[in-house]
Design a protein around this ligand. Structure first.
Ligand code: TXA
Ligand code: MG
Length: 346
């Protein structure tokens, strides 16, 4: 398959409208288009077409029992695809369009291939103007997982999408770097309770302004045992792990730096360090993540740095263990998976 690679900087200019019309035609006729969102790039197909979902699983090399998110242009469109509740509309008012995915009981209009046979469906209304304009141009929801090959980090730049998806999709729309850099927060509505299935830029603190009762699913923080069945099928799959082992260091900043200084003498190290530590870690391949307190910058660059770390040919990759508070919980969740839960106390 030949993949058309296009760029859109402003979706409102006539040239961009022409590209979006073409992309929408591809989706409506059963093809696949990669599009930018504010979280990560999505690999989109027609959300009401049984066979489009199957093509998405094949292009990604993803097991067909891991369901897809339906992307809508307006929160109220959820009515056509699932059984909503007042809590859904409160979440929508506070956080949509934006980086939040909500899981609710599905209606028959959603093909079972999209939900991998589950009786619930995940809905998200993205804020990125290109994503929103594309869904509107298609005229129905777009089913889309992150646009990486299964097992790779979610792509936050079109060149990473190209690495993974060239020849596997009909079109890739380059809309620049993803603003947030981590995938959306996923919650499941259960009566008046929210279950957090995947932390993201909409933090627990933010959610608690809308819902009093929030439960964090065990798989967010811990490793599941072999026989445990997660609430979200995606939690059971091995997530991105770099070729070299990633070790997360838990301790005071000065102890972490001391430990790293001795490790640098023994091994070829790649280090995801805070910006102000760079001068103290000479001899290692340094990948600065931002300032210690700037979790937004760290989230923005994490997946890029993990892809870069893999290209250094180091023996080991070190990073700080993130805090479990605020946006730190999303970083913690992604990093313990990438590190296969290897945490070293220093
Ligand atoms: O930010 C995002 O959410 C990006 C952009 C493209 O929107 N999408 C994304 O999709 O990260 P994906 O497929 O990589 O992750 C979606 C996760 C998977 O772990 C899947 O198991 C879970 O959502 N999921 C989808 N439908 C579900 C359902 N009905 N019940 C439980 N989990 C569900
Ligand atoms: Mg994904």
């Amino acid at each position: 398959m030949t993949t058309e690679f296009v760029k859109i900087t402003d979706p409102s200019v006539p040239e961009a409208k022409g590209i979006l019309e073409k992309a929408a035609d591809i989706v409506r006729s059963g093809g696949l288009v990669v599009f930018p969102t504010e979280t990560v790039y999505g690999l989109g197909g027609c959300g009401t077409d049984e066979s489009a979902a199957k093509k998405i699983y094949a292009a990604k090399g993803r097991p067909a029992d891991n369901p897809l998110i339906l992307h809508i242009a307006e929160p109220s469109e959820a009515e056509d695809y699932c059984y909503t509740s007042p809590l859904y509309y409160e979440l929508a008012k506070a956080f949509m369009p934006g980086p939040l995915t909500v899981i609710m009981p599905k209606k028959d209009s959603v093909p079972s291939s999209v939900t991998a046979g589950l009786d619930t469906v995940a809905l998200r209304c993205p804020e990125h103007p290109v994503a929103n304009a594309l869904i509107r141009a298609v005229g129905s929801p777009i089913a889309a997982p992150s646009a990486n090959l299964s097992g790779k980090p979610s792509p936050t730049r079109a060149d990473y999408v190209f690495e993974d998806m060239n020849g596997r999709v009909d079109m890739i729309i380059d809309g620049g770097e993803s603003e947030i850099g981590l995938e959306s927060t996923i919650v499941m509505i259960k009566g008046d309770k929210l279950i957090l299935l995947r932390p993201g830029a909409i933090t627990c603190d933010a959610l608690s302004l809308v819902a009093k009762n929030i439960e964090i699913a065990p798989a967010v923080l811990e490793m599941l045992s072999e026989d445990e069945k997660p609430l979200s099928p995606g939690m059971k799959y091995k997530h991105y792990a770099p070729d070299s082992p990633l070790v997360l260091l838990d301790g005071e900043e000065k102890d972490v730096v001391n430990y790293l200084q001795s490790e640098i003498r023994l091994k070829k190290c790649a280090i995801l360090c805070y910006d102000d530590e760079a001068g103290m870690l000479e001899g290692a391949c340094l990948l600065p993540v931002g300032k210690k307190d700037d979790l937004t910058a760290q989230a923005h660059s994490l997946f890029t740095l993990l892809r870069d770390a893999d290209k250094t040919g180091c023996d080991v990759i070190y990073a700080h263990l993130p805090p479990k508070t605020g946006l730190g919980l999303a970083l913690y969740n992604r990093m313990i998976r990438a590190a296969a839960h290897t945490i070293k106390k220093v």
